[in-house]
Design a binder for this molecule. Structure first.
Ligand code: PBG
Length: 328
């Protein structure tokens, strides 16, 4: 059967009919808000490259937790800016650091809110890399995978003890999901979930975040541990390995330039799937809207819907509060 008997426009006639047959929905519960807590400030500090986003002092945590809960967000994910940095990123394991203190305050203020802790040492190392450096055979400094696992596991325990519901390693070391799962279970944190940044590409779209979290590498780049943007099969392999090591949820990052990867992963795993709508994606929308080139609200909803349509159950996004308010 075809035209004129078949007319797809019948189902586009009114808002109610369109709503009835809509395949992909977007709700506040699908959104996770990233928050930056700094030990170095006493009042919120705007992030120049991310209009509307602030570094926050730890004492603002309770208020932000209550706001996220009342907006019905799916959760929050915390990043930290420590008072001091060193070569080994030891601040990542400090129980008095900004992240564990903020986790505790948020769980006190809004016990129902899902609180996730990003686990990586790049915000805590003076060189800005996501691991411990060791000279290789030619004397050049390289990120030592296995030495880094130990720090990641210790940091995860600190966040679990503070009350984090979900531990989210973003470092891309091999074997970290297994190392973190083992450390958590050994101490009885069998119910603390792991959201693995399983598929994380070496991306230019992290630029504004490195400003926000003050974690740009001081030399070289992250291509030795983050994935090559040209690779898709490797994404399936990374996801499978993390699933075997015990990840409860998987994530693809960035989102927009990798919707094909999300769609393929959706077919390949039964685990819940997240996508990180990263800082550069946020900055593009904000810059275009500020220049009068785009309708910010419509463009944002369309982009987030496309990430859900590609296969993401939830989206980490700096638009979370604004969009949750829009969706009401
Ligand atoms: C690493 C980390 C990064 C982001 C989240 N975790 C930066 C990086 O890998 O360079 C980027 C998030 C964003 O751009 O919004 N700890």
């Amino acid at each position: 059967m075809s035209f004129p008997t078949v007319r797809p426009r019948r189902l586009r006639r009114t808002p109610a009919i369109r709503s009835l047959v809509r395949e992909t929905t977007l709700a506040p519960g699908n959104l996770v808000l990233p928050l930056f807590f700094s030990a170095r400030i006493d009042s919120p500090k705007p992030i120049g490259t991310m209009p509307g986003i602030f570094q926050l002092p730890v004492h603002a945590a309770a208020e932000h937790a209550r706001m996220a809960q009342s907006l019905g967000l799916g959760g929050v994910i915390l990043f930290g800016l420590p008072a001091t940095k060193d070569a080994n990123g030891s601040g990542a394991c400090d129980p008095e650091g900004p992240v564990p203190r903020a986790i505790a305050a948020m769980k006190d203020a809004a016990p129902e809110l899902v609180v996730m802790a990003d686990v990586c040492v790049d915000e805590y190392t003076d060189h800005g890399h996501c691991g411990i450096l060791r000279p290789n055979a030619r004397g050049e400094l390289e990120v030592d995978n296995d030495a880094t696992l130990e720090v990641l596991a210790r940091a995860s325990l600190v966040y679990a003890r503070a009350g984090a519901d979900v531990i989210a390693p973003s470092d891309m070391m091999d074997g970290r999901v297994g190392a973190i799962r083992e450390a958590l279970d050994e101490e009885g944190y069998t119910q603390t979930a792991i959201l693995s940044y399983a598929v994380k590409y070496a991306s230019a779209y992290y630029g504004p975040f490195r400003d926000a979290a003050d974690c740009a590498p001081q030399f070289g780049d992250r291509a030795g541990y983050q994935m090559d943007p040209g690779n898709a099969r490797e994404a399936l392999r990374e996801a499978r390995l993390d699933e075997e090591e015990g990840a409860d949820m998987l994530m693809v990052k960035p989102a927009l330039a990798y919707l094909d990867i999300l769609a393929r992963l959706r077919e390949a795993t039964t685990l819940p799937l997240g996508a990180y709508n990263v800082s550069g994606e946020y900055a593009m929308i904000k810059a275009a809207a500020a220049a009068g080139m785009l309708d910010e609200k419509r463009a944002t909803i369309e982009l987030l819907t496309s990430i859900r349509r590609a296969g993401a159950d939830f989206i980490l996004t700096y638009h979370a509060n604004d969009v949750a308010k829009l969706l009401g």
